[in-house]
Design a protein around this ligand. Structure first.
Ligand code: FDA
Length: 305
């Protein structure tokens, strides 16, 4: 219920505007967002790197409706790749195709994606294409496959959501291509025809997809804060002797930081997704939707003020 309510709030411009005005001023947004600028985000990445944790930087923004904004976001990502190289931080990037203009047209998003992938290849870095709502799944998978053929798995990867009914088919197809897949549960509001409505079904499918991925030639990025999923992954890795070069664990900035370090200290590769930028409200609301405690945290901060 909370999840649905919060995801509905994400569609209300007035509430999103209110959150955006209060979030950085009162500081509660900093719980999940590294700041509004790259100058604020880089020290966060350096701090995580100093603990042996790798990062993926996400310049927040989605649902872009004009070509100029999509071009600006693309250029910002190209610059970001150069800054990562100059600063020598252990960090790749995560992007969203609707930020690159997918709502305007597939060709617009493809053109911008190509610019970012060219820069990533030049800088020896990697670009993860985040997965958005189900309206975009088919285009995201197809654009990814087209660019995988050109740039290869060391430069571009994708995300699959275990709540979607179609994901098993996608994983079987993508895993056989030997590409780099981030597996997560999924963060958007989806109808039951497309997504499993029960958490237990989403979790069961997560385990099933993880098993397919770990047994395939793909690189598995296991993105969850759920101990049950992580323990199961560790059992499978141990049981099948999966080489450590073939997987990593991933979590979100601000979520279970001690657990992130614990997993890293157990000898596993851990990467933290670090979002930054002024367009943080939709991302932030999705984090609230995941956990009642996160909503209480915001209310406490607003109340204190
Ligand atoms: P879930 O929310 O089901 O929580 C399961 C259990 O984990 C809880 O019951 C609790 O035990 C534990 N837990 C979770 N948070 C905790 C906390 N703060 N403190 C203590 N215990 C806690 N989504 C998407 O649609 N597209 C995408 O591209 C991405 N990308 C992405 C990247 C990365 C690196 C991550 C980690 C996640 C995403 N997501 C995403 C978000 C993802 O789909 C999902 O919404 C969140 O990760 C929450 O789901 P969990 O798997 O963490 O478990």
């Amino acid at each position: 219920m909370l999840r649905n309510l919060m995801l509905r709030i994400a569609d209300s411009p007035a509430l999103v505007g209110f959150l955006s005005r209060q979030g950085m001023k009162t500081g509660f947004a900093r719980r999940f967002v590294a700041g509004e600028s790259l100058q604020e985000a880089i020290p966060v990445v350096e701090g995580l790197n100093s603990k042996g944790i790798k990062c993926s930087l996400d310049l927040l923004g989605e649902g872009v409706e004009d070509e100029e904004t999509a071009r600006t976001a693309t250029q910002s990502y190209v610059n970001l790749l150069h800054v990562i190289q100059e600063r020598g931080v252990d960090c790749n990037i995560s992007i969203k195709l609707t930020q690159l203009g997918l709502d305007i047209g597939r060709q617009v998003a493809a053109r911008n994606l190509k610019k970012i992938l060219d820069a990533a290849r030049e800088c020896g870095n990697f670009v993860r294409i985040d997965m958005e709502g189900s309206d975009y799944t088919a285009d995201t998978v197809e654009l990814f496959v087209e660019h995988l053929e050109i740039y290869g798995p060391a430069t571009v990867g994708i995300v699959i959501q275990s709540y979607l009914r179609r994901s098993e088919e996608d994983v079987r197809r993508l895993a056989s291509l030997g590409c780099n897949i981030r597996l997560c549960k999924g963060a958007y509001k989806e109808p039951p025809e497309l997504a499993f409505p029960k958490k237990s079904q989403v979790d069961d499918n997560f385990v099933k997809l993880m098993e397919i991925m770990l047994a395939s030639p793909c690189y598995s990025a296991i993105a969850t804060h759920d101990e049950k999923m992580i323990n199961r992954a560790q059992e499978l890795i141990e049981r099948d002797g999966v080489d450590s070069s073939r997987y990593e664990f991933q979590m979100l900035y601000g979520t279970r930081s001690e657990y992130q370090e614990e997993i890293k200290n157990q000898g596993y590769r851990m990467r933290v997704y670090v979002p930054f930028g002024t367009q943080w409200a939709p991302y932030f609301i999705r984090r609230l939707a995941e956990r009642p405690a996160n909503v209480l945290f915001v209310l406490r901060n607003l109340f204190k003020k």
